[in-house]
Design a protein around this ligand. Structure first.
Ligand code: 13P
Ligand code: SF4
Length: 310
């Protein structure tokens, strides 16, 4: 790409010319968030994908999110700037292996976190996101046994919150499982007035320290509505951009990771760049394609979730 090109201007031009909408997750880099038509969590993004009247959905997020958009709007063209923008959590639950696992529990209902592949959604009764997970579990009769996949940390947190015993798949998010308890404790000691907030994909020993646990949108709302002036934020640091925009007078510290990583940026989310966004809109590629049977079977689990989340 010509380095003198004004990428933001080009992207805005292409949006109009192609009748495209850009949906971005909070973990995208700040420039992408700033140019998006909608920025949100996984639930908000699915609701937008289901209701948009644009011809093209450009998904600034990861593969499973763009797949979800395609399943909800199969007649639309769904573009993902980099097809390699995957997700360690979705990868931790391959559909053929899960199918065998599920056979061991024929009486169980399958609840899957939306962070899973389209194929896994075909083996799922109802999806959830971290925003509505508690609500989805509570909507299932108490005597009905449940398998929860693929995130074991979110699953454990839900067991604690809902008092329901669930069979858990042992998957995890590479970003949220590397927070350092020791370094967070030190940061809390250095900023004793700061609230510690965490995403439920974090491990239980991190969640146990938190003043508030919630999805990205819930963490954002907490920082807006609470009386704290400082926050230690245990999730992907991309969300801090929206926090700083909404509350420029508050201070946000990204919670530190253990020594295996320099930061908690999601390498998959961060594959998307302004350049790739521009190129994908210019060439209308790469496009998400799914077999019809996957869309037909898989979308039911997302529709059920959206019906009870409206
Ligand atoms: P939410 O934004 O729905 O909380 O999801 C977090 C996440 O890890 C997305 O990949
Ligand atoms: Fe997947 Fe974790 Fe990245 Fe979200 S932050 S896309 S769950 S690897």
């Amino acid at each position: 790409v010509d380095p003198t090109l004004d990428l933001a201007a080009e992207i805005n031009r292409l949006k109009k010319e192609r009748n495209a909408v850009i949906l971005a997750h909070y973990y995208q880099e700040s420039e992408i968030q700033d140019i998006a038509d909608y920025i949100g969590d996984s639930l908000g993004l699915s609701q937008q994908a289901a209701s948009t009247d644009a011809d093209i959905i450009v998904f600034a997020g990861v593969h499973f999110m763009a797949e979800t958009a395609k399943m909800l709007s199969p007649q639309k063209k769904v573009l993902l700037p980099d097809l390699k923008a995957g997700c360690s959590l979705a990868d931790s639950c391959p559909a053929p292996v899960f199918k065998k696992f599920k056979e061991k529990y024929p009486d169980h209902v399958v609840v899957s976190y939306i962070n899973c592949t389209a194929e896994l959604k075909t083996l799922t009764d109802i999806c959830c996101t971290s925003t509505n997970a508690r609500h989805v579990i509570d909507s299932i009769p108490r005597d009905q046994p449940i398998i929860f996949a693929p995130d074991v940390n979110l699953g454990r947190w839900l067991i604690k919150e809902t008092g329901r015993d669930m069979v858990l798949w042992n998957g995890s998010c590479m970003v949220h499982e590397i927070f350092s308890h020791e370094k967070i404790t030190k940061l809390k000691m250095a900023h004793p007035k700061a609230a510690f907030i965490a995403h439920p994909e974090c491990e239980a020993h991190i969640l146990d320290m938190a003043d508030h646990v919630g999805s990205t949108s819930s963490l954002l709302r907490f920082t807006r509505e609470s009386a704290f002036d400082e926050f230690i934020v245990a999730t992907e640091p991309g969300i801090i951009h929206q926090m700083e925009l909404a509350m420029p007078d508050r201070v946000f510290y990204p919670a530190p990771p253990n020594n295996t990583c320099a930061c908690n940026e999601c390498p998959h989310m961060k594959r998307n760049t302004m350049e790739k966004l521009y190129l994908c809109m210019e060439h209308e590629l790469p496009e998400i394609k799914l077999p019809e049977w996957v869309i037909e079977r898989g979308v039911k689990s997302i529709d059920r979730m959206l019906e009870i989340s409206a």
